[in-house]
Design a protein around this ligand. Structure first.
Ligand SMILES: *Cc1c(COP(=O)(O)O)cnc(C)c1O
Length: 378
């Protein structure tokens, strides 16, 4: 891989993890569905594969590609984003303490509170945009600071390099959920983070048709070996077909992310200028409080934004009910635009403003998207 580091993301996305199939010359590698691999007479495995839970050609090709795209030393692919996040916390030791953001992805918060805390992983919840609060939350047993930037659904920006420095000074790792920006939009390892997590379900998959997760580590160290153990012995591995689909989608990731960003910027500007709108949260807007930090640490702003309406929850629900091109659905990162009233999804303990709609801007023409939003707001 070292020879590929200097290549640009577009080139890596096309070439990393791709080799012609030696048995046929096929340019696109086949899907290897076999669960088991034959030993030679001398007892060795000529292809290096033994059993598909331990490793599979489609999975290792995907892992090579993901490590190259994030500039990491090693990657591990999982059956979902949540399985990848679980593996990080399962690789810790009871008694370890982690810090995570107050507006962390809903599932990550539940995982820590409801599954990991009973197993002995202690945690503190902090506004990670406040570096003094991060410093104050560090304890003698703090082993990990979990970052999500931009955050969900207010797109708050955390200074990844600064949080990584605080974590390292305390002997802790810095992990970044990089799902929203994707490796084309933000490279946390280059900013000093130790670990990057992806819900590959979202932009890496890009077409809302597969569930997956991945971890990329800066070092192939003992912590990575623990994660590999959780992957192969815990067994939450992705299917060969999902790995193949994912690698197919990744080939176009840098171009899709540019188009998602161009479209989202135009939608954000339109919404910010509309009289019915109270606030637009998009890091690419100069008015966003995290714009300066985002300008330093992001290459692309991405396709996610949220909007708050003047007319409260009723106005938000009315707008969501009147769109035609946007689909009312959860999730993000596909070619189709989605819109969602987050407070309804999150339920009674939700902290999300009731007048907020979250939008995943897809790859339709931006003028068509803006016209649809305009008529929905009329
Ligand atoms: C979707 C998502 C996850 C969880 O991924 P799944 O594939 O649904 O398990 C984690 N973090 C973020 C930011 C996400 O958007």
């Amino acid at each position: 891989m070292s020879g590929q580091r200097a290549l640009r993301p577009e080139t890596l996305a096309v070439h990393a993890g791709r080799t012609a199939d030696p048995s046929t010359g096929a340019v696109i590698p086949p899907i290897q569905l076999s669960t088991t691999f034959e030993r030679s007479a001398d007892g060795t495995y000529p292809g290096g594969y033994v059993y598909t839970r331990s490793d599979n050609p489609n999975r290792s090709a995907l892992e090579h590609c993901l490590a190259a795209l994030e500039g990491g030393a090693a990657a591990a692919a999982f059956a979902s984003g949540m399985a990848a996040i679980s593996a990080v916390f399962q690789a810790l030791t009871p008694g370890d303490h982690v810090i995570f953001p107050s507006d962390v992805y809903f599932g990550t918060g539940r995982l820590l509170r409801e599954l990991m805390a009973p197993w002995g992983v202690a945690y503190s919840v902090v506004d990670l945009t406040d570096l003094d609060a991060v410093q104050a939350a560090i304890q003698p047993h703090t082993r990990l600071v979990w970052v999500e930037s931009p955050s969900n659904p207010l797109l708050k920006i955390t200074d990844i390099a600064a949080v990584a420095r605080l974590a390292h000074a305390a002997g802790a790792r810095c992990a970044v959920d990089n799902t929203w920006p994707s490796p084309a939009g933000q490279q946390p390892l280059a900013l000093g983070a130790d670990l990057v997590m992806h819900a590959t379900t979202k932009y890496l998959g890009g077409h809302s048709d597969l569930l997956g997760g991945a971890l990329v580590l800066a070092q192939a160290d003992a912590f990575f070996e623990r994660i590999r153990l959780v992957q192969t012995i815990g067994g939450a591995v992705p299917s060969p077909f999902d790995c193949w689909l994912l690698l197919r989608s990744i080939r176009t990731l840098p171009y899709r992310m540019r188009a998602h960003t161009d479209n989202a910027e135009q939608v954000a500007r339109f919404l910010a200028s509309h009289p019915a709108v109270a606030a637009v949260h998009y890091p690419g807007l100069p008015s966003h409080p995290g714009h300066a930090v985002a300008s330093q640490q992001m290459q692309l702003w991405g396709g996610m934004l949220s909007v708050q309406l003047q007319g409260g929850a009723a106005a938000a629900l009315r707008m969501a009910s009147r769109v035609h091109l946007f689909t009312r659905a959860t999730s993000l990162g596909g070619v189709e635009s989605l819109i969602e009233h987050r407070a309804s999804v999150e339920g009674p303990q939700s902290q999300t403003p009731a007048n907020l709609l979250r939008i995943s801007v897809g790859l339709e023409h931006p003028d068509d998207l803006i016209a649809d939003l305009d008529q929905a707001l009329a």
